[in-house]
Every structure is written in C-alpha cells, then in structure tokens.
Design a binder for this molecule. Structure first.
Ligand SMILES: Cc1cc2nc3c(=O)[nH]c(=O)nc-3n(C[C@H](O)[C@H](O)[C@H](O)COP(=O)(O)OP(=O)(O)OC[C@H]3O[C@@H](n4cnc5c(N)ncnc54)[C@H](O)[C@@H]3O)c2cc1C
Length: 305
C-alpha cells in the first residue's frame, strides 16, 4: 500500500513522531515516503532508507494551507492511499485540510494499525485510555493520526539527503513569535521523568522536586491539577490533555493517579509512586509504591543519592 508519512523538524532533526511511524511502516513492509515540513535551512531529516521531500516554509508565514495543497499534489501524483501523521498541532491541521480535500474522514488517536487487503484496520484509544475500539477503513484515501509513543522510534543515521520544495505563498504573515524557553531534560525524550501532583502541597515545595530531578538528570512534569493552579506551565502537563511520556522510570510524587493522568504515563517502563494514601489509584499501576509524606521523603531520597 503506497504510504506517505508526514514529518516535522524538531531541533533541526526529523521529529520523534515521524520516526515512531517509520518503525511501524518498516514492520509492515509498507512502500512509504516522507514529506517533512519545517523552516530550517538544512535539517537532518534524510536517510538512505526512504525518500524525503522537505517542504520548506517561511518562518514568517502561516503556510499550512499551502503545505496541504502541496501534499494533495504529491498524494495524487504518486497515487498514495495511506497518509500517516503524528498527532501534533501541525499533523492535526494538515490531516484536517487533506481529509476535506479528499472527502475522507480522518481517524484520530490511532495506537496501532494493520493492513488487510486494500483496507486498514486501526486500534484507537478513547475515554482517556480506558477503552479501545477498532475501525476498518476501506475508502481509497486513508488518513490516520497516530498517538505519540505508540511505537518505538526508529534508530537511523539521519543526514541531509532530501529534496527541497520551497513554499512561496500569500498566506497570513506572522509578526511575532514567542518561543518558550526550555532548559534541562525535556519531558518527551528523558529517560527519567519526575511528576508532581497536588500532594506536593504548595508550589514552593516544587524546589524539592527540582533538587531530586537535578540529581537524576530527570525531566519534570505535573498533573493538570497543579498546572491549573498555576504551579507549572501547561507544557509540562502529563496526561490525556497534556503530554504522553514513556520513560524508563516515572516517579509520581503526590499524584492520585486519575485515569486522565495515567493515560499519559502508564506505558513507562518502571513506575514509582509516593502518596500518603495507600488506596490512591496510582499504586495500582506502580512497580514500587511508597506510602509516605512527600515533603519528608523526597528530601531524604535526594540526600541519599
Ligand atoms: C477531560 C479531562 C482531562 C484531564 N486531563 C488531565 C491530564 O492531562 N493530566 C492530568 O494530570 N489530569 C487531567 N485531568 C484531571 C484529573 O482527573 C485529576 O483531577 C488530576 O490528575 C488530579 O491531580 P493530582 O493527582 O495532582 O491531584 P489529586 O487528585 O488531588 O491528588 C493528590 C494526591 O496527593 C496525595 N497527597 C496529599 N498530600 C500528600 C502528602 N503530603 N504526601 C503524599 N501524598 C499526598 C493525596 O493522597 C492524593 O492522592 C483531566 C480531567 C478531565 C475531566
């Protein structure tokens, strides 16, 4: 089945979402190419193992409408029937344009898929990860949005071997860009993630989490409850309406373990939870549970590392 994967440029490299989809495409032996969207000069998005077309946009334009037009041409010229995009802001916008162009519904929140003849069978996560449903797509054009971390990232030596198509358009101009400053390990790629919940009692106590994270070179996340309370920016929220993480170790400090939080971290390899309530749902998925007061135990752990 001829397939197109939509990639993005993140930190001058092919996005992890695209590399995760590459793993699945390789497993299924799909005949695929990649189209990557970005504004950097010469990012590392190429590889000897697939064709990559770089749609280079101007930083100062909101060009997704024009990018979608370009993608439509590529899909038609190459008779592509399956389009796979990571469920990011860019992926969601592009798939929305394309599904209208091709009059074919997109299938969202896909966590796995298989090919059955000319059809695609998907598994989709719903109700905050509590349930799954399967769908069968038999339309000529199939548009799937893949949930982050559904597959392992393909390990590839990326290079600058790709074809570039520049977009020049009359799209709306961007007159100001605010880029949130990121320091330390990032949630999406860190091997250890430490998340805080309301059980850290007060925003000032997040310094205890920071001290522990510094010792472990860990990224810091949080629950929606503390993000809503203004203790942490939304970019650090883990869960259904935040980020999905899959680190080797996830440490949950004072987190009850609501399903909406679990959906963003339950696939971590090893989960450690600290909560003073032994009935807290987080203990049902924890590999190691400490029934303890966060404020006294966290500094002790840090001290002993
Ligand atoms: C549509 C929707 C989407 C949502 N999306 C998300 C999401 O993306 N991410 C997310 O996290 N939530 C999300 N939520 C909210 C979610 O349902 C929970 O309300 C939230 O996760 C609870 O956060 P919490 O664990 O910090 O707080 P609480 O549920 O209040 O839990 C605090 C925990 O800390 C423990 N505790 C208190 N004091 C101490 C102490 N001193 N020492 C040790 N333990 C202590 C308590 O026993 C308790 O278990 C969503 C909700 C909805 C309806």
């Amino acid at each position: 089945m001829k397939t197109l994967i939509i990639g993005e440029v993140v930190d001058n490299k092919l996005s992890s979402g695209a590399l995760e989809i590459v793993t699945k495409a390789n497993d299924l032996g799909l005949d695929y190419e990649i189209v990557t969207v970005g504004s950097e000069e010469s990012p590392n998005i190429g590889s000897e193992s697939f064709k990559n077309t770089y749609i280079k946009c101007s930083e100062n334009k909101l060009s997704l409408g024009s990018v979608a037009d370009k993608l439509k041409n590529i899909i038609e010229e190459n008779t592509i029937s399956l389009v796979l995009a990571p469920s990011t802001y860019v992926g969601r916008d592009l798939i929305a344009f394309l599904s209208v162009d091709f009059k074919s519904s997109q299938v969202s929140n896909v966590i796995n898929f298989e090919i059955e003849g000319e059809s695609v069978i998907t598994s989709n996560s719903i109700n905050g990860g509590e349930s799954e449903y399967n769908s069968k797509i038999s339309s000529p054009n199939k548009f799937l949005l893949i949930r982050p971390k559904s597959f392992e990232e393909a390990a590839l030596d990326l290079n600058t071997n790709f074809e570039t198509v520049e977009i020049t358009s009359e799209d709306p101009e961007v007159f100001d860009i605010f880029i949130e400053e990121k320091t330390g390990p990032q949630l999406e790629d860190s091997k250890i993630v430490i998340s805080a919940g309301r059980g850290m009692v007060d925003s000032e106590n997040l310094s205890l989490v920071q001290d522990l994270a510094s010792k472990l070179n860990a990224a810091i996340g949080g629950t929606r409850a503390i993000v809503d309370a203004g203790w942490m920016p939304y970019s650090q929220q883990v869960g259904q309406t935040g980020k999905t993480v899959k680190p080797d170790v996830y440490i949950a400090l004072g987190i009850s373990g609501a399903t909406q939080h679990q959906v963003g971290m339950k696939d971590s390899k090893y989960i450690i939870a600290v909560n003073k309530d032994e009935e807290a749902p987080i203990f049902q998925i924890a590999d190691l549970g400490l029934v303890a007061d966060t404020l006294s135990i966290v500094p002790k752990i840090t001290e002993n590392l």
